[in-house]
Write a protein that binds this ligand. Sequence first.
Ligand SMILES: *Cc1c(COP(=O)(O)O)cnc(C)c1O
Length: 504
Amino acid sequence: MPDGIGDWTPEVFEESGRQLLAEIREHFEGIRQKPVSAPIDPADLMSLLDGALPENGEGFPGILADTWEKVVPGLVQWNHPSFHGYFPTCASFPGVLAETMTAALNVNAMLWKTSPAASALEQVVITWLADLAGYPQSADGVLVNGASLATLYALAAAREAATSFDVREHGLAGAPALRIYTSDQAHSSVEKAAITLGVGMANVVRVPSDDGYRMRPDLLEEAIRRDRAAGVVPLAVVATVGTTSVAADDPLEGIADICRRHDVWLHVDAAYAGFYRICPSLRDTVEDLSLGDSLVVNPQKTLYVPLEATALYCRRKGQLAATFRLVPEYLTSVHHEKTFDYMDLSPQLGRSFRALKLWWVIRAFGRVGLASRLEHSVALADRLRETASVHPDWQVVAPSRYPLVCLRYEPRAWQSGTDAESQTRRAALDELNAEIVAAINADGRAYVSHSVIRCGYVIRVSIGNIHTADADLGRLWGVLNEVAEGVVARYPTSGVGQRAVRSA
Ligand SMILES: *Cc1c(COP(=O)(O)O)cnc(C)c1O
């Protein structure tokens, strides 16, 4: 090829690839010596990365060096064994390699004919994932990019079912008032779906949860009855298995029974916890996900597959296609008995070959290997809960069966006080725990996130990285204590009174 056109030569590609792989290996071998995150001033970061649009191309070594020096330190290392924020999205090595292969092939999995093996493989992994999640393997299923979008698509299908497929054709004008029921603990993606679907956030009914943060079926049924009597059409109930704040499970059996009796679509959001049922220790305790008319599970969260990989299922056969299938002339194809087009099951047309990374990771570890890795996370979390629960300064709050540990630091010195003081004390402890989270994340040796639940501000420690070992958890416990004690020591004399004065 003459200069100025064409790709890198295959030699440059391979050489660069080898260099990249070697450096990624070094990155992971030394990762425990690197911070999970480092405080960085946004303006400094922008000036570090800002640059004029390159006029001419440059060699890969400079691009790669800049990536390690200027970009990576400004990231939160989600793939670090001491990352415990939010819910983990851990990419295993086979998953990382699969992304390269996927990009190299760069196929579009929209129609069977545009890449037959991509559609066939998607069918295979969709069936495997259904098997892992305990959902009927005959259900319709599709890989989408994120649980929020899966819930949006499921609720779009539920909206069609609730309106006899009329909204698809005529829009919402003239449609009855529609409502979605979910618990006060459900993920914000339910409201986002209501925004996008034109249902409106005001029509998302947040059913109160019980002491264990589980949706109360009796109150759900009351709300549905009341609304039906007022002429409102229930669009769907969204139940959660593994809630975001504390990883609680809604009681699916009772909820599904209500949905059946009132003929309401049940969507189950098991984005986080859906695969934990494969752990031997949890097998008999986890909710039955097959009770949902539709289900979302997120391999990108717990099956060591890189972002983005989410599975949406619908056991009401044909309903996703009845909602989304639309075939203009330029997308028509001749169908055989065994062919199908994944573009029919969601609004997305051009689709990356997400199935490959799932196929690689599931094959690399197998069901048994995945189960033992998940079980390892569960065991680490149980141990952390045990350790914290016998420590006088820590409270384990809202214990979950999943590896999400919610902690609140309540130092002995602050545990005085009468009822009259308790509001002040609670506010002071909220502030203290928020400062501890900020201090841990600034420290860099571990990364955690937070939520606010009934007892107040809590520190969420989510365990699920494939590289996290026993020793990492030991170190985490040390960091939690050291940082918490350090934050408390910043106050001249510890205690509620001083803090109340300080914040007044
Ligand atoms: C993570 C999560 C979501 C959102 O998932 P995305 O893939 O980030 O859109 C929704 N619901 C629950 C219960 C979750 O844990």
